[in-house]
Design a protein around this ligand. Structure first.
Ligand code: C5P
Length: 403
């Protein structure tokens, strides 16, 4: 997985006394695998559910407990942990710890550290039976939100008591997504910028059950959306149906046809800084859509096609267009010639040329080999890379074009 926003980051993970504490071990593991340096602090109640050894085993670093608060290095530790940290995440966070944070109490290593910390704070609440909805908890939550904390979850569902309700800690993968959003917003070069990414292959209906579509998986587009989130952008992902889940933090606009995608792009483009058209949009669509399912007994239908709207050309014709417009060229021959022709005819700032005849690049696969062609004639060929890495290079390029 592409995770460079976390590489080398120092993340402090606070674990409090909830049955969801076991999920924190998975979160610690995911953060470590993503290249972060993870220090864990367990409260006394957390130690009833999980042990420091659980976390030491996945992070390769020692985990801290209240015993350390009363040890010889305590004065260095509580301020030190908070100050050298890029982000503090408390997952799971009980109603009790939320209350302490809201009121500035500092009676254990975690709350002392949180009070001293100046980094972004992500809180994943977990609590049972109505405690989340209690007016006291809601007031504490409002206080924390007003101070800039990112409250993620809780989710609705089965609670440890057997009750159904709001109180489940978000799954570790989702918490990780929120951590990426918080890190991006805190210092990313695209913070405050709106980026539109389109993804997937459009579906052009023939009748109520059949469509004309293509092999696009949406992977490159979704990776671009994640890379933009990692840089702190407000991301609008306009996507056709895919098998992927949208990165945490994006605003997903679902579409199917080229016509729907065009309408969504034009509406969103008005106040966007950049548009990245990674979607494989139909060039042709059935001229007529049958109202009823076409039947075999009626013989083989002759399907007449017409041009689908060219979205990038429509954007090029607008007066209010994003400062940076990026297109893709997926070609099976004469890649660079075709790409530079499109760069000009679609008035692009950058086109990403993609040789789909190679087995390790283009549709469906995890890797891509692309050449970037710029409006000023510059050309940059990138080696075979994961789609996540390609996305990062494209977003860095978009960032410098915006600057
Ligand atoms: O012309 P071609 O389809 O090869 O151009 C590819 C680029 O143009 C891609 O960025 C694609 O998203 C965009 N496109 C479009 N509208 C179409 C077809 C493609 O905006 N109807």
């Amino acid at each position: 997985m592409n995770m460079t926003v976390l590489t080398g980051k120092h993340i402090l993970l606070g674990v409090t006394g909830s049955i969801a504490a076991y999920k924190a071990a998975d979160l610690a593991s995911k953060l470590t695998q993503a290249g972060a340096q993870v220090d864990v602090i367990l409260t006394a109640a957390a130690e009833k559910f999980v042990t420091p050894l659980t976390f030491q085993s996945v992070t390769g670093r020692r985990a801290f407990t209240d015993a350390d608060l009363w040890g010889g290095e305590a004065h260095i530790l509580h301020v030190g942990l908070g100050h050298s940290t890029d982000l503090l995440v408390i997952a799971p966070c009980t109603a009790d710890t939320m209350a302490k944070l809201a009121h500035g109490l500092a009676d254990n290593l975690l709350t002392v550290t949180a009070l001293a910390a100046t980094c972004p704070l992500v809180i994943a609440p977990a609590m049972d039976g109505g405690m989340f909805d209690a007016p006291a908890t809601q007031a504490n939550l409002a206080t924390l939100v007003a101070r800039g904390a990112h409250i993620v979850g809780p989710a609705e569902g089965h609670l440890a008591s057997g009750l159904l309700g709001k109180g489940r800690m978000l799954e570790p993968a989702e918490v990780l997504g929120h951590i990426r959003v918080a890190l991006g917003k805190a210092g990313g070069k695209l913070a405050g910028r709106k980026i539109i990414v389109t993804a997937g292959g459009t579906q052009e209906p023939l009748d109520p059950v059949r469509v004309l579509t293509n092999h696009s998986s949406g992977k490159q587009g979704y990776a671009l959306a994640q890379a933009a989130i990692d840089l702190g952008a407000d991301v609008c992902l306009i996507s056709t149906p895919t098998a992927l889940s949208a990165p945490v933090g994006v605003r997903l606009v679902p579409v199917r046809t080229a016509e729907e995608m065009k309408a969504a792009v034009l509406a969103e483009a008005v106040d966007a800084d950049a548009l990245i058209m990674a979607a494989a949009v139909a060039d042709f669509r059935p001229k007529r859509v049958a109202a009823d399912k076409m039947k075999k007994r009626d013989g083989i239908p002759q399907i007449e096609l017409e041009a689908a709207p060219d979205i990038l050309k429509a954007v090029a014709g607008q007066t209010e267009r994003p400062s940076v417009v990026v297109g893709f060229a997926a070609e099976s021959r004469d890649l660079l010639d075709n790409a530079s022709e499109k760069l000009k005819s679609k008035k692009l700032d950058l086109i990403v040329a993609n040789d789909i005849s190679a087995v390790d690049a283009g549709f469906g696969v995890e890797t891509n080999r692309v050449t970037l062609l710029f409006a000023d004639g510059r050309k940059e060929s990138l080696p075979l890379m994961g789609k996540g890495e390609v996305a990062e290079v494209i977003l860095q390029t978009v960032t410098s074009l915006l600057e």
